[in-house]
Ligand binder design. Structure first.
Ligand code: ZN
Length: 77
């Protein structure tokens, strides 16, 4: 079962959940503040294996999290 990363924009916490692929986009309440304002972060591993261009850019991530490069136009850095 894959691990998905989520980012809470309310308390700026990143957390991981182990869930099946069909549940990856299901709402995941933040474990710290219980906020539902949580975005899924595309992990580097998944962005490599998926290869589609619809990946979301993770908020608050270091570097170029969406594509695993140090800089690229899609991440705006
Ligand atoms: Zn939170």
């Amino acid at each position: 079962m894959p691990v998905y990363e989520y980012y809470c924009s309310r308390c700026e916490t990143k957390f991981e959940l182990l869930r099946s692929m069909d549940r990856a986009d299901a709402p995941a309440p933040c474990p710290s503040c219980q906020s539902a304002d949580v975005k899924r972060v595309i992990s580097r591993f998944l962005s490599f294996s998926k290869g589609d261009s619809g990946a979301t850019v993770p908020l608050g991530a270091d570097g170029c999290g969406g594509c695993a490069a140090t800089s690229c136009s899609s991440c705006g850095k």
